[in-house]
Write a protein that binds this ligand. Structure first.
Ligand code: SAH
Length: 320
């Protein structure tokens, strides 16, 4: 089983939390701007929710502005960066309402906790519901529930790229498969794979803080199958180099999918499935051109807004 003590210790430090309220139509541009500066390109989009006093009928309140947040490590950020962000927001504000940028210093522990204010159970794929540990949720027929405290890792289920990867997983997985999760983040896909019937899941993330968070999430879900998550860069001397899996997930931005193509494809068994996600639409063609040089047969493609995921099957070895 996994052992949290094997991963690198959390660095403690101060973070700058950037928050701005924006009109729905401006969210994508604000998120894009924040993503350019945010740690790990991480951006949190905080939808205002409304619900009945008894907690029922939880829904997004479209009458309220949305809050967008990002976090930057304080020691590596100077005033000029903040000014660049402020002026970027100001330009966006000329087109659509964008509020004042609020910058707060936060200790690492606070950062992990800010998620909790707004994080709710969400149906992510077609079967998977993600719930935070501090809330109850009664699973419906045919639903699996992933208990997840994303802390500082990417992957709370609300991002399109996570949803697309999860839907690819839900569609392609068969009980008893072995699964590899490249860029595990919060561990969301690894945990869902286990709950959907995988017999063994391995995964890596280049970010030790994510791996530690993911391991805690795995433990929380009491999966009952071996799940090994380690720090490493896919195909670059990571612990699972040389191992092949029935199903490989890689939800990472296009640039990295392109850069690491060899290592990613090498993780897939002949006859196995590869789910790529995190591809921004305008880099789809380039990404596909790289992957389609391999013996990979295209199975399907999904898109949500600007984000694309692609599913391939690796050709089985020919006999004789
Ligand atoms: N699987 C999660 C998280 C995706 S975010 C989800 O679907 O929501 C992408 C993750 O890939 C980040 O956690 C990032 O740290 C990791 N990553 C980036 N480059 C990597 C590399 N070279 N090797 C392994 N992981 C990497």
């Amino acid at each position: 089983m996994t052992d949290a003590s094997e991963t690198a210790p959390l660095q403690t430090g101060e973070w700058l939390e950037l928050v701005v309220e924006a009109d729905r139509e401006a969210i994508e541009s604000v998120a894009e701007l924040f993503g350019r500066f945010g740690y790990n390109e991480g951006v949190v989009i905080e939808e205002p929710f409304k619900q009945d006093p008894d907690g029922d009928n939880l829904a997004v309140d479209v009458t309220k502005p949305v809050r967008v947040r990002t976090y930057l490590p304080a020691e590596s950020i100077d005033d000029e960066t903040i000014e660049a962000i402020r002026s970027g927001l100001w330009s966006l504000g000329l087109i659509r309402p964008v509020g004042e940028l609020v910058v707060e210093r936060r200790k690492e522990e606070d950062w992990a906790n800010t998620w909790k204010e707004f994080y709710r159970p969400v149906k992510v794929g077609t079967k998977t519901v993600v719930r935070p540990p501090w809330l109850e949720y009664e699973a419906g027929h045919d639903e699996i529930v992933v208990v997840l405290d994303p802390g500082m890792a990417f992957g709370n289920g609300t991002h399109h790229t996570t949803r697309l990867a999860l839907i690819g997983l839900e569609t392609m997985i068969e009980p008893g498969m072995t699964v590899y999760d490249g860029g595990t983040g919060s561990g969301i896909l690894a945990i869902a794979a286990a709950k959907l019937g995988a017999k063994h899941v391995d995964g890596v993330d280049i970010d030790p803080v994510s791996v530690r968070t993911a391991i805690e999430n795995v433990e929380r879900n009491e999966l009952g199958i071996p799940v090994h998550l380690e720090t490493g860069s896919i195909g670059q001397g990571e612990p699972f180099d040389g191992v092949e899996y029935d199903l490989v997930l890689a939800n990472i931005i296009a640039r990295i999918l392109i850069e690491l193509n060899e290592g990613i494809v090498a993780r897939v068994k002949p006859g196995g499935i590869l789910v790529l996600s995190g591809i921004i639409e305008n880099r789809e063609e380039e990404t596909r051109a790289i992957y389609e040089q391999y013996p990979l047969d295209f199975i399907e493609r999904r898109q949500e807004e600007d984000w694309v995921s692609i599913v391939y099957r690796k050709r089985a070895l020919s006999r004789g």
